[in-house]
Design a protein around this ligand. Sequence first.
Ligand SMILES: [Zn+2]
Length: 91
Amino acid sequence: MSAEPAPRGRRETDCDEVVDRLYAFLDQELSSEDEVDVGRIQRHLDECAPCLAQRDVEVVVREVVRRACASDCAPEALRVRIITQITQVRA
Ligand SMILES: [Zn+2]
């Protein structure tokens, strides 16, 4: 959101960027131009527990939605509800 360049931190990839690209990463929708990013995101997940947890939640949500719907018709409301439930279980 910010126009400021991301500060150089300990990690080569910012958490916000990882979360932002998580959907494309899981969907394997990153283009060939983004193959470098796939590696960066994977490395980030290897060393960042919060992002890894976020990835796991997203994987579970996808599986639940797939079973519930058996197609690409999952409404956003269902997604949000599932994510909320998982978050509450973990909290
Ligand atoms: Zn992270």
